[in-house]
Design a protein. Structure first.
Length: 252
């Protein structure tokens, strides 16, 4: 399998660093191909604007998606973005490795998505979800969080991790067609014992080696939705197995 790891941590000796090293070593030893984009080490610029392009569709008014479409048609992305797009299209599996920051992606990784997942390349023309550009490929979030697991349960103060990661799993990965593997979450790596950290790394090794068959999250089937992308009458919510997509007030 060809695996692309996008790594977003500023410290090589961090637990995130250990996770990426673990994944890379395990996958290579098992005969897989691996590419890593270490965003901080690369000095990746996360700001999305005209700097994304070598082409100009409209010099007077910047409409990012219009410029993205134009650049897609005219091979007009700057080399640093084209290189990331090439890795993305090369990969059969994508891993986003990051610490949870303010319930979301660190800015450098969010900016990588903003710039690399461009209209015309990663989506556009109603190519989304099961009809998405990356259909048939897998993607997984590998996340560390400061808080311990009970805080991130349904009755915990932060609510479930599935709700926190929904914008990434659904809004980015499933939207562009990936089959989304259940996230691998490490709770409080700085608050647990060295033995527990080693155990997490071993579990993660198994997870990446089993990426092709790991459990996946349910995603929408576009055939269940009408032209307005509203679920057709008579079709029950298919995606609510863990309840995270149903507002708490409506949860049984
Ligand atoms: P580190 O602190 O680097 O590592 C933890 C421990 O693992 C250290 O003791 C380290 O020495 C050890 N370690 C490193 N390598 C190995 C190895 N090979 N084997 C064994 N042990 C090793 N948390 C939340 O819960 N929710 C939030 O919304 C949130 N927002 C944040 C926003 C910001 C801006 C910041 C800075 C932090 C936030 N946090 C939040 C906390 C953050 O998610 C955690 O600090 C982070 O996930 C911890 O991961 P790390 O890789 O940085 O751990």
């Amino acid at each position: 399998m060809r695996v692309f790891i996008v790594h977003a941590h500023h410290e090589a000796k961090s637990f995130n660093g250990a996770m990426t090293q673990t994944a890379q070593r395990a996958l290579l030893a098992a005969g897989h191909e691996v590419l890593v984009s270490d965003l901080y080490a690369m000095g990746f610029d996360p700001v999305s604007d005209r700097r994304n392009f070598t082409t100009v569709r409209d010099p007077l008014l910047l409409r990012q998606q219009t410029e993205e479409s134009y650049a897609s048609e005219h091979n007009g992305f700057v080399p640093e973005l084209q290189a990331e797009m090439d890795k993305l299209f090369w990969a059969e599996a994508l891993i986003l490795q990051f610490p949870l920051w303010w319930f979301g992606l660190p800015a450098i990784l969010k900016g990588w998505v903003d710039r690399v997942f461009a209209v015309g390349r990663a989506y556009g023309g109603r190519r989304w979800f099961d009809r998405g550009v990356f259909a048939g490929r897998r993607a997984m979030c590998s996340v560390t969080v400061g808080g311990l697991a009970p805080m991130y349960s349904y009755s915990g103060i932060n609510g479930p991790m599935s709700a926190i990661l929904f914008p990434i799993n659904h809004g980015i990965l499933a939207f562009t067609g990936f089959t989304v593997v259940e996230p691998f979450v490490v709770h409080g790596p700085g608050r647990i014992t060295p033995a527990q950290r080693s155990e997490y790394l071993e579990l993660y090794r198994y997870r990446v080696l089993g990426l092709a068959s790991a459990n996946v999250l349910p995603g929408p089937n576009t055939a269940d939705y009408d032209e307005s992308l509203v679920r057709k009458a008579g079709i029950s919510p298919a995606d609510d197995q863990d309840g995270s997509r149903v507002p708490a007030a409506r949860r049984p």
